[in-house]
Design a protein around this ligand. Structure first.
Ligand SMILES: Cc1cc2nc3c(=O)[nH]c(=O)nc-3n(C[C@H](O)[C@H](O)[C@H](O)COP(=O)(O)OP(=O)(O)OC[C@H]3O[C@@H](n4cnc5c(N)ncnc54)[C@H](O)[C@@H]3O)c2cc1C
Length: 463
């Protein structure tokens, strides 16, 4: 039976990063991915000759090439030996937070963003400054930081304006919160820094650029990637872990690092184990409209618009299949592409909250009907939010992804996009040498999950 130093379960971005880091140091690594594509749901596919990023709206944690070396993006590039220019990063033009009573446009210059927050909420300006100082000083990466503490509770120590509190939380929750209504404190701090203090960018060539670099690094080091090969039962014999594979074979290894989710990985273990994770409840539905060549969005400049129709923030599982009363409208055209770099087609994407119970077991006809209902509502919503004169006949094609799609491509129970509300920050499980990275370790987003893969590999497989 083939034996490895480390088997990585899942070709999500954290799994790919862990494999790239270990293979760089000469470890014999096998990466198992149950689907044909790498990247989890944050991958890409082709339709009508057009490449579509299945997940990517915006990558958080932007830093300039000459930026502070200790920023997360620079750290992850250094650890993976990726030259900055290889990612081809371009910055957002701007993004917007929109409530009925407040609209705030921000970009990657935090001084300007902070000044705008304070101008919009002058009575809370000193409190906002104090909150920013707290965020700068907080050690969010310590394993015990903020455990179980409420972000709302902390914000209210500085700010008493509910609309300002919700305006800050709206983008942070939609881009990285597994809990309803409130956030865990360290998650809040990480997301505040990564969205407001660092900012949004994207690789000009889409997520393919990142997946391609990681895949190449793994393969150049002669490590193995097996696609369409799911990890099955995990058993132990002495110090060796054995994994049964979906192709009927099995492999042995000293260590396993899994990005398949904490509970999902626990369920693979032969003897039942308990991890302090719960199956997540927060799922999304997204409609993607690819517009015909020549369609223009002149005048509309937001890369992301985080919207909320009510006066207070709605971030909870809706009581129906979906709710478009809060969400994100993303327009990937609104990044600072160089001349000739822009994709031929404009994409318009609307993400909203979904209740997995209405989607996962729906009979096929009902499922299709729900998708169509969402598609229509999302199109009308985009027209309303953007003020763009868009017509059905401008659409080249469209697609809708649902909690069922998320479950299929990420494996996270309930199609919970950000996994378990309780995270395993130290990556440890009750099984010796079985570790969790990625979503359920608590580092979310593209940059966060890559950093998670690197740090778990460093801590448990390289020392
Ligand atoms: C639709 C969507 C859009 C997003 N958009 C953005 C964005 O714009 N910007 C941003 O920064 N972040 C975004 N994110 C978040 C970001 O993509 C995730 O936080 C990150 O990619 C999670 O990576 P991960 O390594 O935890 O694993 P996941 O992506 O969750 O991948 C887990 C992998 O494990 C595989 N797997 C599961 N079980 C098994 C098994 N038994 N055997 C083998 N393989 C298995 C799955 O097939 C999957 O490939 C988005 C996420 C989603 C779902």
């Amino acid at each position: 039976m083939e034996k490895y130093d480390c088997v990585i379960i899942g070709g999500g971005l954290s799994g790919l990063a862990a494999a790239a880091r270990l293979s760089h140091f000469g470890r014999k690594v096998l990466l198992l991915e149950k689907n044909a594509n790498l990247g989890g749901l944050n991958s890409f596919y082709h339709r009508n000759g057009v490449e579509i990023d299945s997940g990517l709206h915006a990558m958080t944690n932007f830093s300039r090439k000459s930026g502070d070396k200790s920023l997360p993006l620079n750290k992850l590039l250094r650890q993976l030996r990726i030259p900055y220019d290889d990612l081809g990063l371009i910055e957002q033009i701007q993004s917007e937070i929109r409530f009925p009573g407040a609209s705030l446009v921000f970009d990657n210059d935090f001084c300007v963003t902070a000044a705008k927050f304070k101008a919009l909420f002058p009575a809370s300006a000193p409190g906002f400054d104090a909150l920013c100082s707290f965020i700068r000083e907080f050690d969010a990466f310590s394993l015990s930081a903020g455990n179980g503490l409420s972000a709302r509770g902390k914000i209210r120590e500085f700010i008493s304006d509910r609309l300002l509190e919700d305006s800050i939380l709206l983008p942070l929750m939609f881009y990285g919160n597994a809990c309803e209504e409130d956030m865990e404190l360290s998650q809040f701090v990480i997301m505040f820094r990564s969205i407001f203090m660092e900012g949004f960018c994207r690789p000009a060539a889409g997520i393919r650029a990142i997946i391609g670099i990681l895949e190449q690094k793994i393969e150049e080091a002669s490590c193995e990637i097996r696609r369409k090969c799911a990890a099955g039962k995990i058993t132990r014999e002495g110090k060796t872990l054995r994994i049964a594979l979906s192709d009927g074979s099995a492999v042995e290894t000293e260590r396993i690092i899994s990005c398949a989710g904490a509970n999902e990985t626990a369920r693979l273990c032969e003897s039942p184990i308990e991890v302090p994770a719960r199956d997540g409840q927060m799922s999304f539905v997204e409609a993607i409209f690819c517009m015909k060549e020549g369609f223009e969005i002149a005048g509309y400049r937001n890369a992301c618009m985080f919207f909320n129709d009510a006066d207070t923030l709605e971030y909870r599982r809706p009581g129906k299949a979906f709710s478009t009363s809060s969400g994100v409208f993303c327009c990937p055209d609104n990044f600072k592409y160089a001349d000739g770099q822009k994709p031929k087609h404009v994409f318009l994407r609307l993400t909203a909250l979904a209740n997995h119970e209405f989607w996962l077991d729906a009979p096929e006809e009902e499922y299709k009907k729900l998708k169509e209902e969402f598609r229509e509502e999302a199109f009308a919503k985009i027209a309303g939010l953007s003020g763009l004169k868009i017509r059905q006949e401008d659409i080249f094609f469209s697609d809708v992804f649902t909690p069922r799609t998320i479950l299929r491509w990420s494996g996270h129970a309930n199609g919970a996009i950000y996994g378990s509300p309780a995270k395993l920050k130290d990556g440890l499980t009750p099984v010796e040498n079985l570790f969790i990275c990625g979503t359920d370790q608590g580092f979310l987003g593209i940059s966060g999950s890559i950093l998670s893969g690197i740090s778990i590999a460093n801590k448990y497989a390289l020392q």
